[in-house]
Design a binder for this molecule. Structure first.
Ligand SMILES: [Zn+2]
Length: 444
């Protein structure tokens, strides 16, 4: 067993931030987590202690919308179309490793050709390759010549769509992805326009429910978002509120409906946004602030892999959410525990609590005060294992980053404990650092 301690522990549970917290890892699971002074002595004595000193421990991050089969550079879609299945499989594993070293311990892949998502998920789960635990769709359902038709998910009519859902379920997918509207990355496709009838969407959701699967709906146009809600999809991707002129016009009535129905929305804010946000016209700004204000459960995802959004830049998307006015606590929730619920993996991961998978990270500074602290990633633990040499996370300019730590992490402040200080919601008092042994009945 290993016991990690740090100045702050964000569990993702209702306790907010724990000063001088500890996480005890036993195999792939968290055996215990909480204030260091409360750790059961017999567990502590049997563990190797890793003192991280002035860092913050928090749940591993979740990217709710990635495309491992796309390489994140301009022209990604064309390169995917020209690649063989073996080339894409290798690329997907490489991108998965990149996500993991950026602190992403769970990711949802929402569209790769054929059965590649399932294959990559199972390779990582078997331990043959490093990567986040994956929740995967098959080829996105679309119409002939529709958005991403070349991934193999184009069908005509209710019968064929139902059959496609059954085929994907049999192949082992975790979620059905449907392109409710067009998308900018497919030539000839129109982002604001719907692709399916209400009956077809209802058939997809119904057939998925019979297979026990949720539906993730790609929807840019307002009509498509409304149609997705009526059909009863589980998550809405992008949710851009595009009108036919290309302007973003949030529909307040529809936003209230999203909030009332508790539909999770992944607005896919990525490094593309943070790099250009101050040059955006007001009618091109994402609808995220309006969604947040009305209480829509927002989850973090970056559409990683699409042009200009490399997988390693996950944290830049969270910083973009902060630029749009979301408070750090809301962003961290969207990136951890709430995302886990939306992906239906909340009993496995998303919080640092006893019994869940040991998926957590350590960063410098306090991300509850400033999410850009997540750029200074110092440790990634996935399924109980330390991920070596964390990636250099890019700065806002996409290039620079903090160097990975060399060698083993140590308690740098052990020799001179700091004076009491308040860090965001975490009051840190050096006298609490040392565990207080507490006699327990029957303990020797
Ligand atoms: Zn996407």
């Amino acid at each position: 067993m290993r016991y990690y301690t740090a100045d702050r522990l964000i569990t993702g549970d209702s306790d907010g931030c724990v000063p001088y917290g500890g996480v005890l890892v036993d195999g792939e699971l968290i055996r215990w987590a909480g204030p260091d002074r409360d750790v059961p002595r017999h567990l502590r004595q049997r563990s190797e202690h890793v003192a991280l000193g002035p860092l913050t421990l928090l749940p591993g991050l979740i990217d709710s919308h990635v495309h491992l089969a796309l390489d994140g550079a301009p022209g990604a879609m064309d390169r995917m179309r020209g690649a063989t299945a073996d080339e894409l499989y290798a690329l997907m594993l490489r991108n998965a490793a990149e996500l993991l070293t950026a602190g992403v311990t769970t990711a949802r892949d929402l569209g790769a050709p054929g059965g590649l998502g399932v294959r990559v998920r199972d390779t990582i789960r078997s331990g043959l390759a490093p990567g986040p635990d994956l929740v995967v769709s098959g080829a996105p359902l679309t119409v002939p010549d529709g958005h991403c038709w070349f991934m193999g998910g184009a069908r005509v009519g209710e019968r064929a769509l139902r059959q496609a859902v059954r085929d994907q379920a049999r192949a082992g997918v975790d979620v059905i992805k449907v392109m409710v509207t067009g998308g900018a990355l497919t030539r000839g496709s129109t982002s604001w326009q719907g692709q399916f009838t209400a009956q077809e969407l209802a058939a997809i959701v119904d057939e998925a429910a019979l297979a026990g699967l949720p539906v993730a709906a790609h929807a840019h146009g307002t009509e498509g978002i409304a149609a997705s809600v009526r059909a009863g999809v589980h998550t809405i991707e992008h949710c851009s509120f595009l009108d036919p002129s290309g302007a973003i016009v949030p529909d307040q009535g529809l936003i209230l409906r999203l909030a009332a129905d508790g539909v999770h929305v992944c607005p896919t804010i990525s490094v593309r946004f943070t790099e250009r946000w101050d040059r955006r016209a007001p009618d091109r700004l994402p609808a995220l602030p309006a969604l947040y204000r009305q209480g829509v459960p927002v989850i973090a995802g970056t559409d990683a892999g699409t042009d200009g959004a490399p997988h390693r830049a996950y944290v830049e998307g969270l910083i973009g959410m902060a630029q749009l006015g979301l408070p750090p606590e809301e962003i961290l929730t969207a990136a951890t525990s709430r995302a886990a619920r939306a992906l239906r993996v909340e009993t496995l991961t998303g919080r640092v609590v006893s019994g869940l998978r040991a998926d957590f990270i350590a960063v410098e500074g306090d991300p509850l005060r400033d999410v850009s602290a997540l750029r200074a990633l110092r440790l990634v633990i996935a399924r109980g294992r330390e991920v070596r040499s964390p990636f250099r996370t890019p700065g806002a300019n996409g290039g620079r980053g903090d160097p990975a730590p060399q060698g083993r992490l140590e308690a740098r402040s052990a020799a001179s404990p700091p004076s009491p200080r308040t860090l965001g919601s975490c009051t840190v008092n050096p006298h609490h650092r040392r565990p207080v042994p507490r006699p327990r009945p029957g303990a020797t």
